[in-house]
Design a protein around this ligand. Structure first.
Ligand SMILES: C[S@@+](CC[C@H](N)C(=O)[O-])C[C@H]1O[C@@H](n2cnc3c(N)ncnc32)[C@H](O)[C@@H]1O
Length: 202
């Protein structure tokens, strides 16, 4: 099991916004080891962890993290990005969607946003808090955010004290450039996603 650097940064963001996490319904996408979901649960949210429905071992890893952290109330569900499955349809309204390093393969970018868009339609007050590791300056989410009518705010890491190599007691492996984004339903106008332009290298 591997905790990606993005997960540590997102966990730090959750800690910084801990007062907002009491009694919230939170869904983590592509949770893997589930550090952000575990932190959200410890901060008082009702948490659903998800990973690909086609990867039972990843779902087992989510459950293992809950067990290790003695979290009995967290549910684990199989949700594959971009699939409007019966499991997705049966989810309760969520206040917050978490995604740590879910934008790591450009082929999946739009599928992630399709799932998030479905959740936004169910509850227009839902926010998507996500961390992105910059792996290529050729990759961009801007057009997709516009297509799916979303707005994006880039939160500088210094705002929540995540701009240091040593974070949450762990040393981030390697020298990574990580971005923290708050994505909300929007009108898809260039202005609403412009703040995001650093991601496309423009
Ligand atoms: C780079 S890992 C990040 C894991 C974890 N969020 C973290 O930051 O430590 C990407 C995660 O997305 C999951 N994943 C990959 N493709 C997926 C898909 N199509 N639908 C849902 N989850 C997927 C993987 O199983 C893996 O857990």
């Amino acid at each position: 099991m591997y905790v990606w650097p993005c997960a540590v940064v997102l966990a730090q963001f959750l800690w910084n916004r801990r007062r907002e996490l009491k009694n919230k319904t939170v869904l983590e996408l592509g949770a893997g080891v589930s550090l952000p979901g575990v932190v959200a649960s410890l901060l008082g949210s009702s948490v659903l962890l998800s990973d690909s429905a086609e990867l039972p071992q990843c779902l087992k890893n989510c459950a293992r993290s809950c067990h290790t952290n003695r979290l009995k109330v967290v549910q684990v569900v199989g949700l594959s990005w971009g699939h409007i499955s019966p499991r997705l349809l049966s989810l309760p309204k969520v206040d917050l969607v978490l995604g740590s390093d879910v934008f790591y393969d450009p082929q999946d970018f739009e599928s992630v946003l399709v799932t998030v868009s479905f959740l936004f339609q169910k509850n227009p007050l839902t926010q998507f808090w996500t961390t992105y590791q910059v792996r290529s300056s050729d990759w961009s989410l801007e057009l997709l955010l516009s297509r799916w009518r979303m707005a994006c705010e880039l939160v500088p890491l210094g705002v929540f004290e995540a701009d240091k190599p040593e974070l949450a007691g762990s040393r981030l492996p390697g020298n990574h450039s990580i971005q923290m984004m708050v994505i909300t339903p929007g009108d898809g106008s260039p202005d609403s996603v412009r703040i995001y332009s650093t991601l496309s290298g423009t």
